[in-house]
Design a protein. Sequence first.
Lengths: 190, 382, 171
Amino acid sequence: MSTAETKPPKATPPPKATPPENKEPPVPAFEKSYIDQITNHFSDDIEIEYIKENRTKLNVKKEKIIDIAKFIKDNTPFDHAESVTGVDFPEEKEIGVTYHLGSYTDDTYSKQVLALATRVPREESPNPGNDSTKLPSLRDMFYSVEFHEREVFEMLGVYFEGHPDNRRLLLPEDWADLPPLRKDFKNKGR
Amino acid sequence: MTEVIPTKQMPPGLQVENVDDRIMTLNVGPQHPGSGHMRIIVKIDGDYIVSADPDPGYVHRGEEKMAESRNYITNIPHLERPVIHDSCNILYPYVLGVEELVGIEVPERAKYVRVIAAELNRCIYIQYWLAIYGIFLGHSTMFMWPAGDRELLIDLMEKITGARVTHAYFIPGGVRNDVPSNFEDVCLRQVNYFEKRIKEYADIFYDNPILKARTEDTGVLSREDAIRLGTTGSVLRASGVDYDLRIKEPYDVYDELDVHTNVLKAGDSYARSKVPWLDMLESCNIIRQALEKMPKSGSVRTKLKPNPKGGEGEVYRRVESGRGSAGCHIISKSKPEPYRLKLSVSSFRNLIALPYLLKGEKLGNMPAVYWSLNYWPVEADR
Amino acid sequence: MLKELVTPQNANVFVGKLGDILYKAVDQPLGMAINWGRMWSLWPVHIETACCSVEFGAASSPRYDVERFGIIEAFGSLRQCDLVVVQGTITRKMAPRLRLVYDQMPEPKYVIAMGACAITGGLYFDSYNVLPGIDGILPVDVYVPGCPPRPETLIQGCMLLQEKIKRMKAR
């Protein structure tokens, strides 16, 4: 499973079969080495989306994200999460959540950003917290995701199980509309 | 302990809580001289803070949603509004990201101009932050000095870009216009004078025993916790972690310049307030080096197609802004507009340290700890 | 002669007329004095709502020094303030708080809408969380355009407000 596709990278994860290795441009060796370390351990559950210079992205299943995050935390120098991006994909009826992990402690890893992406099912009429749009929280491994996950919860309606307070953070208290970053929520006049 | 039973279902955020006669809840902000545009719900026992719960979002303007309906060029003005006094640095990751997506090269001279503008903007931001920190601590002179001195650099930026604070100067492919003809001399003179001025702050502010008494050993963030909480920028460097993206992941021409970071070990409010000041001195050095190495003539802008399309893919770029790492995650689907744009800003990342640091502090130390986090609420809310 | 003029039947009318004359004599100078006092000591509330507060801060800085026009630097207590400078975007979360701040202030009180966002919504005209101007929640006296307005523009707006106060009927 140590294959890698490079340019052009796909924003949406391809179906199961990863294409054979592209010859151009060459896969950076250092990035490939630590990705291999992770993929060798979880061969079936990880899909490499791209390995570019300093930037790598892994697509993982949502059931396994806790184990993989634990493994990354324990065995690689990635020690904090920089940001959590939630993306809505209405055509595929899924919501993508991407964690960007970085490292402060290790000098060789300080350039690297490892993106850990997963997908959760999306429902047409969201009921945040009570529908199937749920994801285990990574707060135990990467403490810094606390506020980012709260933001994703209110902006896209992804409930994080195991998070101590899934509360509103930025939106007004009386917000009763759809989560605003879903694609079916439109700004006025757009 | 008496319990108040709510008569009806209250909307979230307005729940009636259990009332304890010992613990008092205090709302600091949004109308409070020591809060900025946010609310901190503080629970106090006597004079000591038991817990603090930040409630941001008073300036949440939906920038990320707006970006999805505007094309890559028209996104520029509103994406710099989160930090108008650091507008070059907050725009930097977006511009770098769009350049990577569209695939254009930037002329050499434009890279140097960008670095100079970014460093000038960093100084302008830190001066404003320092002025507010002074007034938070009741030190009026420290409001007047930086607020007056930053006008020097604002004049300089006004000469380049034509606007006082909202420059919209960086565009994908370079910068909007070239610098004026005598810019190098004026810039060097202003920066030298500026450096002389800010060195005097040590006498009145940083060596001031009253300031030291108020800020030393308050809100101590250890090295391990700074890493665990994912803080960034001056907060991280004040806790002894040597991490500066200008060195670790050099963008544009930072790898050709001699950049040093300033790392302090203490991790208290005093160290956090001193690191930005040292950064300003370092910025003056960088500007002088860049002025020397800058190509004297040449293009500053690669022309883009009128409505550039991003291609299929995603990009995550980060730069070191005045507050810390500023990141931009753009997902593109071959349209003129980004499919999703996420700003990973340092103020939002540093906010997580606030409840952690305030726990156990005295209420009077709250402004000293809060503003030392190099926090700008408008940026955190986006 | 006065005795003939003032009879018990028309005494009330006479006293009323005298009152009118006195009121007319005193009203104008007194009103001018009151307005003079009000216009040179405007105390803005310390409420920052968005990024225009940077330029509001710059207006208090040594170069612009708005204090020489009688606009005193932003102050903490609402009960002693008589001016709200709405410094930029009002979001849906901030709007009730802004109205609460305004309601708690004593009369007379004036409002300056600073920046394009406070006037019409500005750049954020299509955002889901931003009010299209503050006219719906506060009565605005002076609009200061710009994004953000330069400190000079803000100072001019304050001077226009002073001009307005000068011509107001003091109550």
